[in-house]
Structures are given as structure tokens and as C-alpha cells.
Design a protein around this ligand. Structure first.
Ligand code: ADP
Ligand code: MG
Length: 257
């Protein structure tokens, strides 16, 4: 079996509700190692909630969620689930990079310090080593000349690229992107998508929530359309986007394409 055939994320009948509101109503999907898995769908359909469940920022109410073959947030014993301790949850999260719509960089730190921070604090990597790696990562995202800039001195696109470098600094096996370009001015979207395309080419497993259908079609290996807390339709991006089978998918795509 090649690495590509192995499962990086598996969701089985995942349910999540907030109080009486059912937000995820039974999500089944599988993300293979090395693939770019796109999630599209209208606002409020549960896309962000699903991503947050993957690193146990939200606790699912029913179903099973696995990352790299391991149950997320719980241990199963004699058919019963026991929640992991905070330390164990933190350990699971360490392998998962997350990039949000808002970049959330530390404003008082330089780009280099932002990228080097977590490896030093969380992984106890020696400071000089972490800074060296941070420099390499910033170069990789095209910001080799911005290492000493503070976030306020950078454009939105540059800040988002620092955020990607920061996530990569933890050597994640999975990267989650939640509408990474939605907050950017249109002329800055391309530079962030280019970095993501480069990561994909390198074999990173990525789940990308996006409204960038061109990116999804070109870079995505799989795509699901979510609406109302369910996966309405899934397949190769070219098929789902080019020849949607469901009315809800057609309606959504007619608005965003
Ligand atoms: P999407 O990312 O697809 O726009 P979300 O996952 O953010 O959708 O939200 C799905 C639904 O869950 C929305 O109706 C939202 O109001 C609700 N929701 C999300 N987070 C919470 C929360 N912490 N408490 C209550 N409701 C929430
Ligand atoms: Mg969202």
C-alpha cells in the first residue's frame, strides 16, 4: 500500500450540536494521505465546525473521528469512549497545522519570532535551531526579506504567508485551512494560493475550506459540497464543480462561480 492510499482523516457519522442546534448531522468522509481535500458550501453549513472537530477544539456528540488511524480526543475501551487528558489532546494537536481566515499573528513579535515561537515553547527546540528553520520557512513562502518585520508592517497576504510558515514550523502531518484567503484584498489572494499550491506539490495532506473554485479545481484531489450539516455531494473537483448532480450544489455554484 502506498502512503497515498492510507487514510489521514476518517469521519464516521460525525454529529455535533450546540445546545438544541444540530450543526453536523452525520458527516462521513475520508481524506487520504497526501491529498488536497476541498470543502465548499454556504455560510453556516458547518465547515469551520467540522475543521475544529478534527483537532478537538469542538467535541463531537456522536460518531467517530480519526486522524492518522488514531481516535481524536478519546480513547476507546471495551466499547466505551473516555476523553483524553488535556496534555494528550495537546499532543494530538501538535501534528495538525491550522490556518484561519484571520492570521492571528503575535503583533509584538517579528515574522521570524512568530514562526520560531511554538517549536521553542512546545517542542523545546533550541532557540538558534528554531530561528534557523524559521528563516528557511519564511524563504519558502517568499518572505526571506521580511524576517524582521512586525505583522503591522506586512500586507494581509504576507501575514497569511507568515501564518502558514508558523504552522509548518511544527512539522504537521496535516494542514487545515479555513478560508485562508477570504479576508484578503483580491490582489493578494494569488500569492497565498501559490504557497498552498507549492505545499500540495510537496505532498502535504491538506483540508481546505475555500470559495476559490479555480484553486479547488486545479489543485484539489477531492471535493465535498456541504450544506446544512451534511455532505450533499462529493467527488473529483472537476466533476462536482463541472457537473453537479444536486439542486443545492447547482444553486450554490451558480452564486460563487
Ligand atoms: P461555516 O463555517 O460553514 O460557515 P460554521 O461551522 O461556522 O459554518 O457554523 C455552523 C453553524 O453552527 C452556524 O449556524 C453557527 O451559528 C453555529 N455555531 C458555530 N459555532 C457555534 C458555537 N460555539 N455556539 C453556538 N453555535 C455555533
Ligand atoms: Mg466558516
Amino acid at each position: 500500500m502506498s502512503a497515498r492510499d492510507s487514510s489521514m482523516v476518517k469521519a464516521e457519522a460525525v454529529h455535533k450540536s450546540f445546545g438544541a442546534v444540530d450543526v453536523l448531522k452525520g458527516i462521513d468522509l475520508e481524506v487520504k494521505s497526501g491529498e488536497v481535500f476541498c470543502i465548499v458550501g454556504p455560510s453556516g453549513s458547518g465547515k469551520s465546525t467540522f475543521l475544529r472537530c478534527i483537532n478537538h477544539l469542538e467535541k463531537i456528540n456522536a460518531g467517530r473521528l480519526y486522524v492518522d488511524g488514531t481516535l481524536v480526543g478519546y480513547r476507546e475501551k471495551n466499547g466505551k469512549l473516555y476523553e483524553l487528558r488535556d496534555r494528550e489532546v495537546a499532543e494530538q494537536r501538535r501534528d495538525i497545522g491550522m490556518v484561519f481566515q484571520r492570521f492571528n499573528l503575535f503583533p509584538h513579535m517579528t515574522a521570524l519570532e512568530n514562526v520560531a515561537e511554538a517549536p521553542v515553547q512546545v517542542k523545546r527546540v533550541p532557540k538558534s535551531k528554531a530561528r534557523e528553520r524559521a528563516r528557511e520557512l519564511l524563504e519558502r513562502v517568499g518572505l526571506g526579506d521580511k524576517t524582521d518585520s512586525h505583522p503591522a508592517q506586512l500586507s494581509g497576504g504576507q501575514q497569511q504567508r507568515v501564518a502558514i510558515a508558523r504552522a509548518l514550523a511544527m512539522d504537521p502531518k496535516l494542514m487545515l485551512f479555513d478560508e485562508p484567503t477570504s479576508a484578503l484584498d483580491p490582489e493578494l489572494v494569488g500569492e497565498v494560493l501559490d504557497v498552498m499550491r507549492d505545499l500540495a506539490r510537496d505532498g502535504m495532506t491538506m483540508i481546505v475550506v475555500t470559495h476559490e473554485m479555480g484553486f479547488a479545481r486545479e489543485v484539489g484531489d477531492s471535493l465535498v459540497f456541504m450544506d446544512g450539516g451534511v455532505v450533499v455531494e462529493s467527488g473529483a473537483p472537476r466533476d462536482v464543480l463541472g457537473d453537479p448532480q444536486h439542486e443545492r450544489t447547482k444553486e450554490f455554484l451558480s452564486k460563487v462561480l
